[in-house]
Design a protein around this ligand. Sequence first.
Ligand code: TXA
Ligand code: MG
Length: 343
Amino acid sequence: MQTKQLRINSILKDHEAVAEAAAILRSGGVVAIPTETVYGLAASAFDPSAINKVFSAKGRPADNPLIVHISEFDMLPDLVADIPEKALELARRFWPGPLTMVLKKSDKIPDAVSAGLDTVAVRMPSGTVARAIIGTADLPLAAPSANLSGSPSPTTAAHVLKDMDGLIDAVVMSADAAVGVESTVISLADDIPRLLRPGAITLEMLEEAIGEIIVDPAVYDMPEEGEAVSSPGMKYKHYSPKTKVVLVKAVTEDYISYVNNHSADGVFALCFNEDTGGLHVPHVCFGSQEDEDSQAKALFSALRALDDQGAKIAYAHSPQKDGVGLAVYNRLIRAAAFELIEL
Ligand code: TXA
Ligand code: MG
């Protein structure tokens, strides 16, 4: 299949490309679109055969449900069975933005989207290009991250092309993702809200808005074999570059000497900008130790860069687990297949 490249820098100047992306989606095609978190692989949420194309392009297990993207609040009632008060409050505060809410689904959501669950995940992205495409298509769009299943999520159009060229109808070539990690996922389908995946809308922000929240154990730890998981995506090995990643929790000096002591062919440091001074091994940085937003933005590019540079093993400096740092930690511990060294 020839994958068309549609350049959209401005939704006004590039309105023809917006219309073309929307037309492909309306006719059952699959288009990679930019969002503020990561690029997504979009298809009509109401078209099971288009959804199947998304699963096969990614090589995604059929039991892992998709997030449905809307461009305005009026699109929500059609998708869900009801809208609890806490969901209204979160939508008021954080939509459009990097927050996904899991709610009881309506009959309109095909099983292919919800993977047979009785819930559906919905979010309203803040990126203007994403919202223009959804609005022009006049359809809710189901969209997982636009990477091959298991590899790091794409934060640039170049990442998308690397994984998806020849597999999908079109890629929207647009700006790099501003946030860099996928949306926060919170379930409001039960009495007490449950954080399923941390993101740029932090646990602290959510608690301030709606009070008590249960943090799903899978946010920090590996689910046990056969254990029921609230979010099917949590049980898969995720975000993994080919490079073996080992997470190292240590203060700067100890981290640097640990990595230097393990110097060998193919050994890299996946480090903060501040760590580079004393390192005697090749390194890839993922932002500043003091600035979790910069870490989120750089992480997935850094994981891909390790592969591109032929790293065999990368010792990653562990971020703090509060604020947006929890999202960065959650992705890194999965990239490391839960291998953590505490010094
Ligand atoms: O930022 C994002 O959320 C990006 C962009 C493209 O919007 N999308 C994204 O989709 O990260 P994906 O498919 O890579 O991750 C969706 C996560 C998975 O862990 C999945 O299991 C979970 O959301 N999920 C989806 N529907 C769910 C549901 N009904 N109940 C529980 N978890 C659900
Ligand atoms: Mg994904």
